[in-house]
Design a protein around this ligand. Structure first.
Ligand code: HXC
Length: 510
């Protein structure tokens, strides 16, 4: 009997070695942890339950029938993060380069299906040479099964991908179908076609890092939502993000203990908006001063910086924040900012996370590059996302809310629940200069008259009161009281009931 029990331990020890000591050393030499080391850091100590540790591939070509490694290049199972359950898979680069075979895919599909059934998120740690070359179409079929499950799980449980090594070819599409992608700087890359193919086909010479490294995907392509310096930092930050997320689409925002007064006043906010409307200020300061303990998990920090997106907590509950950033492009909305914010709004809405919108926007960014790039359609994505969202929506206009950008940034008319404005708000079709030039073209040569018209326009329109008179703003509030007012607004709307007309699904302007 003890022999049989001992055999299990031996088999487990063998499986845990993956591709063997030499390949583990080589993984460490690249500054990367192994799949199991990564899971240990990601999950609460001792919480990991592994599945399918002894699964082997079924391939018989190219001598593979003599080359079996238990687990087949991916470690799967479930565990907890700060006591909340999650399903996980971590590709093991030491086993056939983490490449995906039919059985490797089956293991991933199993945890994806369990995640949907049990209502828990799924976190995938990707480190793979792509489709297992020796398996041909069976590997492609496996990939596609994983993609199908990614699609079915979308909006049911949060899906997070962390790219911790190569992710090339069609392999990139599983992460791309998930809610968030994070990368590790200098050791991960994602591309459809690699540098060698590019050299032959398009004559372009680029390194893997330039083509698909963390910098490229967080600043240029926006494929990735964030990047971290090493495996350890990445896994610690994923734990932090996880704490903000609901487990599924039914349970609502998680609630955590908080140590900040809900009615904390912050006098410094009274002077956040400069007297000169053309001088920028940092909207992030407002976000951090509203949220519990100043904790803000920013999403896509390095892309479309004119729009802020991320998570805070109010009275311990997660809130998604979208804010114009006057420090970049004066806070104008462009195509990139529209796409970034629209995707974030939709994430929040499908997982019942309330949305706080902070508005200071002089309009959509003008220019041929924007028009030719389809800003109409991209802006419509944001409009659609806000208009479709049924979660509690609270908006604060701090300064400018001009023109189409007013219509897009969660106004009352897109079913905003509570819409506040600071006394410094200016809600109008456009700024004074542009308006006067159009309305009083005949007086353009007369500086005194233009000054008079401008003062008149500013007096009439560049305040929150015209909008407040019509009920488009529920209340004009003191900046210092923003946290308190916003927290009360979300407390009020906690049990909100709103649904959209029945449909199979809408037709988001993609
Ligand atoms: C089988 C693979 C493999 C693969 C790597 N290995 N990729 N085995 N199928 N796709 C194995 C290697 O043979 C090697 O085995 C071990 O993994 C480590 O690989 P190295 O090349 O030594 O490592 P490194 O120098 O770090 O290079 C990593 C790499 C390179 C850049 C990922 O291995 C590589 O280019 N691999 C092929 C990438 C690729 O073209 N994949 C197919 C993409 S198309 P040993 O035994 O020596 O340790 C695709 C289609 C998907 O994925 C479509 C889905 C719709």
């Amino acid at each position: 009997m003890s022999d049989i029990l001992g055999q299990l331990d031996e088999r487990r020890a063998q499986a845990r070695l993956g591709g063997g000591e030499k390949r583990i050393e080589s993984q460490h030499a690249k500054g990367k942890l192994t799949a199991r080391e990564r899971l240990e850091l990601l999950l609460d100590p001792g919480s990991f339950e592994e599945f399918d540790m002894f699964v082997k591939h079924r391939s018989t070509d190219f001598g593979m029938e003599k080359n079996h490694i238990a687990g087949d290049g991916v470690v799967t199972g479930w565990g907890t993060i700060n006591g909340r359950k999650t399903f996980v898979f971590a590709q093991d680069f030491t086993v056939f380069g983490g490449s995906l075979s039919e059985t490797h895919a089956r293991k991933i599909c199993k945890v994806q299906e369990m995640a949907m059934k049990q209502g828990a998120p799924i976190i995938g740690l990707q480190d793979s040479g792509g489709a297992r070359i020796q398996e041909g179409v069976a590997a492609l079929a496996g990939y596609t099964d994983v993609f199908q499950n990614n699609i079915l799980a979308s909006g049911v449980v949060p899906q997070i991908s962390v790219i911790m090594g190569p992710s090339a070819g069609g392999a990139v599409y599983s992460p791309a179908l998930t809610d968030f992608i994070f990368m590790v700087r200098d050791s991960s890359y994602m591309f459809l076609t690699g540098p060698d193919v590019l050299k032959t086909v398009t004559n372009e010479i680029v390194t893997a890092e330039e083509l698909g490294g963390a910098k490229t995907h967080t600043t240029k392509s926006s494929v990735a939502d964030g990047a971290f310096d090493n495996d350890m930092e990445a896994l610690a930050e994923i734990r932090r993000l996880f704490d903000f997320l609901p487990l599924n689409n039914r349970e609502g925002s998680p609630e955590r203990p908080f140590f900040d007064k809900h009615d904390r006043l912050d006098e410094s906010l009274d002077t956040l908006v400069p007297d000169n409307p053309n001088i920028p200020y940092d909207m992030k300061e407002l976000v951090e001063k509203i949220g519990d303990e100043g904790d803000f998990f920013e999403i896509q920090r390095d892309f479309a910086k004119n729009m802020l997106t991320g998570f805070i907590r109010l009275e311990g509950r997660t809130v998604g924040v979208i804010g114009n950033q006057p420090m970049v492009l004066a806070g104008c909305i462009d195509s990139d900012a529209s796409r970034k914010a629209a995707r974030f709004v939709r994430f929040c809405d499908c997982f019942e996370i309330p949305i706080l919108t902070l508005v200071d926007v002089p309009g959509f960014l003008p220019g041929t590059s924007q028009e030719f790039g389809g800003v109409i359609k991209h802006g419509a994505k944001l409009l659609y996302a806000y208009g479709e969202a049924t979660v509690p929506k609270v908006t604060v206009i701090t300064r400018k809310a001009y023109g189409g950008a007013y219509c897009v940034m969660a106004p009352k008319h897109l079913r905003g629940d509570i819409n506040y404005a600071w006394p410094t708000a200016q809600i109008a079709v456009m700024g004074a200069k542009g308006a006067v030039e159009i309305l009083h073209r005949k007086d353009l040569g007369d500086a005194d008259k233009i000054a008079e018209h401008t003062a008149d326009y500013e007096e009439k329109f560049l305040s929150p009161f015209r909008a407040a008179e019509r009920g488009y703003i529920d209340e004009v509030i003191q900046p210092r009281s923003t946290r308190k007012r916003v927290a009360r607004a979300f407390a009020l709307t906690r049990d909100k009931q709103l649904s959209n007309p029945w449909k199979k699904h809408g037709n988001l302007p993609l």
